[in-house]
Design a protein around this ligand. Structure first.
Ligand SMILES: NC(=O)c1ccc[n+]([C@@H]2O[C@H](COP(=O)([O-])OP(=O)(O)OC[C@H]3O[C@@H](n4cnc5c(N)ncnc54)[C@H](OP(=O)(O)O)[C@@H]3O)[C@@H](O)[C@H]2O)c1
Length: 259
């Protein structure tokens, strides 16, 4: 067997269909690009059309097949509608990536029900509802990959984790519950755990150079994360080669969590 066909067997996503929420920015955008370049047809879901269009255009320029659905994932009805729309583009997905997320950051003492509800809706309920919509079909077809994106704040308090950390802790629990339900049918469910990644989500925090440098020093690699750092791990978790990896939280954080 040549090395190319060996690698294809392990990692190629040819003939796969992926839905990536939050695929128009930051980590989700890097993951959508990685899956598309590895062969998958990718539907990205987020709200803002200019970013969605720009992402899909860039992928099309690279010869990838990609499309977008604009939807606000903060309401259950809109999540359900977005799932139907996404499945209409290239067919039912084999791969679901939940990267859409918000971090509103009020300290615990000031945390109100509105922020709590908004955080849980986007960070936890949307992944749950999309899993309920797509997981059983994946199981019936005998192959599926569900990949969530949580946070170091699922594991430790960090600059006002508030509702955000709670939502991410629950997201990792959701991955384990989904893994338990569907892994016997070829559907693995895992979580990628970022440390501190330079994306629009962190724009406010990133504008304090001394804080950014202090965080970089806490990693083992010696720098903060980049969205591109998630490409390899996402392709691995989406492909055939990771069929015996399920229910796991995989840290892509330069060693931050173990330093
Ligand atoms: N950056 C980090 O350091 C870091 C660390 C730990 C975990 N994470 C997690 O990684 C994931 C990606 O974060 P990122 O840093 O890449 O953030 P980002 O660049 O801000 O991207 C967030 C994405 O989610 C979409 N989104 C947000 N709210 C949405 C809504 N209501 N409905 C639909 N789409 C929505 C955004 O698009 P629209 O605004 O157009 O809707 C965008 O595509 C998140 O789950 C985040 O919690 C990030």
């Amino acid at each position: 067997m040549t090395s190319h066909s060996y690698l294809s067997e392990l990692f190629s996503l040819d003939d796969r269909v992926a839905v990536v929420t939050g695929g128009s920015s930051g980590i989700g955008r890097a993951i959508a690009g990685a899956l598309a370049r590895a062969g998958a047809r990718v539907v990205i879901v987020a709200r803002k059309e200019p970013e969605l269009t720009a992402t899909v255009d860039e992928l099309a320029t690279d010869g990838c097949r990609a499309a977008w659905v604009s939807a606000d994932l903060s309401s259950r009805d809109r999540v359900r509608a977005a799932a139907e729309q996404a499945a209409e583009v290239f067919g039912e997905p084999d791969i679901l990536v939940n990267s859409a997320g918000i971090n509103l950051r009020p300290p615990m003492g000031e945390l109100g029900e509105e922020v709590w509800d908004a955080t849980m809706a986007v960070n936890l309920e949307a992944p749950y509802l999309l899993g309920q919509r797509f997981g059983p079909g994946m199981a019936e077809r005998g192959f599926g990959r569900i990949i969530h994106v949580s946070s170091q704040q699922a594991h430790r308090a960090f600059v006002q984790s508030g509702a955000y950390g709670v939502s991410k802790g629950a997201l990792e629990s959701l991955a384990r519950s989904q893994a338990e339900a569907w892994s016997p049918h070829g559907v693995t469910c895992n979580t990628l755990v970022p440390g501190f990644v330079m994306t629009p989500l962190n724009a406010r925090f990133s504008s304090a150079p001394e804080k950014v440098a202090a965080l970089a020093a806490r990693t083992m690699v010696g720098r903060n994360g980049l969205a591109e750092d998630f490409a390899g791990a996402a392709v691995f978790l989406a492909g055939r080669g990771s069929g015996y990896v399920t229910g796991q939280a995989i840290f892509v954080d330069g060693g931050l969590s173990v330093h």
